[in-house]
Ligand binder design. Sequence first.
Ligand code: HEC
Length: 180
Amino acid sequence: MAANQSNHASGTGQAMRKSRRAAGMIGAAALFLLAAGCHKKHVHAASMGAPPVSTIPVGPVPGSPHNSWPMPANPYQGNAMALMQGRQLFVQFNCSGCHGGHGGGGMGPSLRRRYFRYGHSSAHIYSSISEGRGLGMPAWGTKVPQNDIWKLVLYIKSLRTPQEPDPPRMPKQPLIAPAK
Ligand code: HEC
């Protein structure tokens, strides 16, 4: 029977096959559209999730260092009480555990240097603390209130300035014999 049918493969048979192929193609197109639709929905769902902790870009921004994105100012600028609290938070949150008791460096980089890999403006330091940095800096933005982050920023910016609270005391170093 089957052989018989294929022998009469003119006219209706070919048309049938053609329309079946067309149906297949429409099916494939529909599947593709469905998949595309699903993908779009997924992206949409993600963008509807929790708002970002901050809108400051993570990491160095390519191009000119003077970007057009607004640099928020520290709301505690010039506030001596907040500066003291920043020092306390630095110890309480154990920033000192990685960055050293006075931010002089340890497992984490020194924060007393002039050079900051991710920028030294208040906004950049805020971003480093809030969002974390790739090579081992945890993100604190979901755990620490924004006010406390700004106080930490104030403290870090004060390092090595006359305003630094509780500055490190130079240890009295024992004399050593010069190497021969
Ligand atoms: C687990 C160890 C660890 C802890 C705890 C930690 N940091 Fe870091 N931090 C790092 C490391 C490592 C880096 C370098 C990350 C990199 O280069 O990508 C870093 C980077 C930074 C930077 C950016 C430095 C730069 O050169 O731009 C700042 C600012 C900073 N930390 C502040 C803090 C503050 C404030 C706290 C406490 C809330 C803290 N860190 C707690 C390990 C730590």
